[in-house]
Design a protein around this ligand. Structure first.
Ligand code: SF4
Length: 249
């Protein structure tokens, strides 16, 4: 009788032991699968970044400026307008009003005349003048280097603030999401969002390390201008086609 009880206990202990070891094995497999998943995911982002770096070694901000204030003005003017067009009118604008305090004292009609060719000139001129006045009166004449403060300036949204922070101050606070970045991120499957720029920015920030945020947007903007056009992208010439959701459709 005693023997039977002992055998039973041993059997029970063995089955508990085997269950525990099975669970441990399952946990290990699950962990390995997750690691593999993360590795594959990281690999795709690295491939995208490396292809773009190789393709566009000179990608950079193309807006002409010689101070952070001028960069801010050029970025405000670039809304709904090409950098090439902005660069045509800013030399005359910056010659007439080179510093923030000159612009703060400028008459609105004079600024309007000088920025007319960039479109939406009345609003742009009003925002540039009001921003200049605020920088002089609130920020002691210096363009602020914090996102929250930049966002207080009239006409400055997250995109403009990101351009100024990254190109003017070398601070990667976020990622510039313009029309090219929006389109390419969606086509490459880096985001599920097509229009919501905040969500797209969040998705990109999650996927790429902070140190490349500024560079990434320049690379995507160059890719959008050279190959990944909105209407007829030159997919056959693109080294990302095998990774591209748009091409695979
Ligand atoms: S394959 Fe075509 S759509 Fe995809 S990223 Fe390249 S150019 Fe753009």
């Amino acid at each position: 009788m005693l023997k039977k009880v002992v055998y039973k206990k041993i059997e029970q202990a063995q089955s508990v032991f085997s269950l525990v070891s099975k669970m441990k094995k399952m946990r290990k497999v699950k962990k390995a699968k997750n690691v593999k998943k993360v590795k594959i995911k990281m690999e795709i982002e690295t491939i995208i970044l490396e292809f773009l770096r190789e393709q566009y070694p000179d990608a950079k901000c193309e807006l002409l400026h010689s101070s952070i204030w001028q960069l801010l003005v050029a970025t405000i003017l670039s809304a709904q307008c090409t950098d090439v067009q902005v660069n045509k009118i800013t030399p005359a604008l910056f010659e007439r009003f080179p510093e923030v305090d000159n612009m703060a004292k400028a008459e609105l009609f004079e600024i309007e005349d000088l920025v007319r060719a960039t479109g939406f000139f009345h609003n742009k001129a009003k925002n540039i003048q009001a921003s200049a006045r605020m920088i002089v009166s609130v920020f002691a004449g210096k363009v602020p280097s914090a996102m929250e403060e930049l966002l207080r300036l009239p006409g400055v949204g997250r995109k403009t603030a990101n351009v100024v922070l990254s190109n003017g101050f070398g601070i990667n606070s976020g990622i510039v999401v313009d029309t090219h970045v929006k389109r390419i991120s969606y086509r490459l499957g880096l985001t599920k969002h097509q229009e919501n720029v905040e969500k797209i920015e969040e998705d990109l920030m999650e996927k790429f390390p902070q140190k490349v945020w500024g560079e990434l947007s320049h690379l995507m903007i160059f890719h959008g201008r050279k190959l990944c056009h909105s209407r007829s992208p030159k997919c056959e010439e693109c080294g990302l086609k095998l990774r591209c959701h748009f091409y695979a459709r």
